[in-house]
Design a protein around this ligand. Structure first.
Ligand SMILES: [Zn+2]
Length: 538
């Protein structure tokens, strides 16, 4: 009651202090809600002329009982009285130059770090509501930001109707990036017609989804963009709870780079036997670099899920300035960079996941597999070389070699005979990694030792212990005569830096680790990349 009284009192005070309206002044009122302007009823039908948003100033022409005739942006029609705030409003800013009309096709620009950058094109004849003028450009609303065209390309209008209109009532909103050159469309008598186009790689905010389109506001109008032409920011591109094929991985990697151009980049470090590109994803901008790789062994492809999920979550946490297990992602990735090679053996992984049909030479793959079409136990690359026995680390003395191509354990005709192993070795030699983590399955153990001694041995043991503490996996004891040929054997020997081979999952036999294990594996390993990147290694 008290509140009501005080509101009434303040209203009276305000009313008393306002100057009286001049008798001839046009009367403007505000819409109370998102509503519509409709045509005069004829034969009981009212046609919607245009939707109109809440808090829009409309000019009153005539008051009728339940409806008010108004004009707004060239539209003359009725709004239900209940949808208007029937208190006289100040006349809006003089409309002398509220609109622009393109007199020629014009570049659509946005401001990036103070410079006007071309992002697309708008077509001759199109009309937009302008918001301002600066430095020879006219500005207007574009998504949640501002678009510009050169003042020289436009004429100004005081009154205009905006083709396509504004659709009220949407709350859904998402950040999108165009995947390719994309049409900006508007509804012209129900047909979507171009009003301009955007270049590939332009970031914008969508306001709503409508069938196969996203809606973007541009200069007071509703524009449509085909969903297939853009990608949305979700902060979650990798689904680690399902099998990740090579094709899926490549798509996810490209999505990550598209959304995180400030910290992520993608490099092809070589090709597999069957010609698949071998990808390294770099995450971070710092000098100290580490390497995290997975799926040397085909049937161990759940390790690709682990590494891809790391990249996905770290990138999102960087963007949102978040942390994981106490590791501040942004500060770590500004001081360091993590290189992820999530699938060293894509041909082998494809054999396991998709069968012989994934190989270029299907007959040869089937023959190596003893005629069986079940490749679940396969570890090697597509021509039967075990990539984790192909590195030049005491390669001559590798134990238990079958001496010929096989689904597992064959070390190859010579060290680095395989393009996948060669690509990894070349990549390591090109860079200067302070640590390497190689993901395998299974056994829940960590290999870390390959003939290093003294200070290097204690340094590397300390790192391995930290990984062990986080994962709960046990360290494999240093042996005087380890079997070599593994990636980390070579890394430890050649780079003289710590390399840990992390075997996730309990032993599950000669088959891929079932996806139901992923949750626990993720809990054990999620921050390993950040932990290693954060370590000081001398
Ligand atoms: Zn393995």
């Amino acid at each position: 009651m008290k509140k009501w009284l005080s509101i009434l009192f303040i209203s009276l005070l305000l009313a008393a202090s306002l100057p009286p309206l001049a008798p001839q002044a046009a009367v403007y009122v505000l819409t109370k809600t998102d509503t519509v302007i409709y045509s005069p009823p004829s034969g009981g039908n009212e046609a919607v002329l245009t939707p109109i948003a809440a808090n829009t100033n409309v000019k009153v022409i005539e008051e009728q009982e339940a409806r008010i005739r108004v004009t707004w942006q060239g539209v003359n029609g009725f709004i239900a009285r209940e949808n208007l705030l029937m208190e006289e409003n100040e006349e809006p800013a003089p409309p002398s130059s509220s609109f622009i009309r393109l007199e020629a096709d014009a570049e659509l620009l946005e401001k990036q770090h103070g410079t006007y950058v071309k992002t697309g094109r708008l077509l001759t004849g199109e009309v937009f509501k302008k918001t301002g003028t600066e430095n020879g450009y006219v500005s207007f609303v574009f998504g949640q930001t501002t678009g510009y065209v050169a003042e020289a390309a436009v004429s100004t209008l005081s009154e205009a109707s905006l083709a396509g209109g504004v659709q009220p009532g949407y709350t859904y909103q998402n950040r999108a990036i165009t995947r390719k050159t994309t049409d900006l469309l508007y509804s012209k008598n129900g047909t979507l017609t171009p009003l301009g186009r955007l270049q590939s790689g332009v970031a914008l905010d969508t306001r709503a989804a409508y069938r196969d389109y996203y809606i973007v506001d541009i200069g007071g109008r509703t524009a449509y963009i085909r969903k297939e032409d853009v990608t949305l920011y979700t902060g979650n591109y990798v689904d680690p709870f399902k099998t990740i094929t090579y094709t899926q991985m490549v798509q996810d990697l490209k999505e990550l780079v598209l959304w995180h151009p400030d910290i992520a980049s993608l490099e092809v470090i070589g090709k597999s036997v069957d010609g698949r590109d071998l990808y390294a994803l770099k995450l971070g901008t710092g000098k100290e670099e580490i390497l995290v790789n997975a799926s040397h062994h085909a049937r161990e492809h759940i390790t690709t899920n682990v590494v891809m999920e790391m990249a996905d979550q770290y990138a999102h946490l960087f963007k949102t300035n978040g942390s994981m297990n106490g590791y501040g992602v942004r500060s770590i990735l500004q001081k360091s960079a993590i290189y992820f090679v999530p699938m060293v053996n894509p041909d082998g992984v494809s054999l396991v996941q998709l069968g012989a049909g994934s190989a270029k030479n299907k007959a040869a793959a089937l023959k190596l597999n003893g005629g069986s079409s079940n490749f679940a136990a396969w570890k090697a690359n597509v021509r039967g070389v075990d990539l984790n026995r192909n590195y030049p680390a005491d390669w001559k003395n590798i134990c238990c070699d079958p001496g010929k191509p096989s689904s597992q354990n064959y070390k190859g005709p010579k060290a680095l005979s395989e393009p996948e192993a060669k690509a990894m070795a070349d990549f390591v030699q090109k860079r200067s990694f302070k640590t390497s983590a190689s993901y395998h399955s299974s056994g829940q153990i960590i290999f870390w030792h390959f003939y290093q001694s003294g200070a290097r041995k204690s340094r590397d043991l300390a790192i391995a212990r930290k990984v062990s503490q986080k994962t709960g996996y046990s360290l494999v004891a240093a042996r005087s005569n380890p079997s070599g040929g593994g990636f980390n054997d070579w890394f430890i020997q050649n780079e003289q830096k710590p390399g840990v081979t992390i075997e996730v999952s309990p032993y599950v036999g000669n088959r891929p680790v079932p996806l139901v294990y992923f949750s626990s594996i993720w809990q054990q390993n999620n921050s390993i990349g950040l932990m290693l990147a954060n370590e000081k290694i001398q």
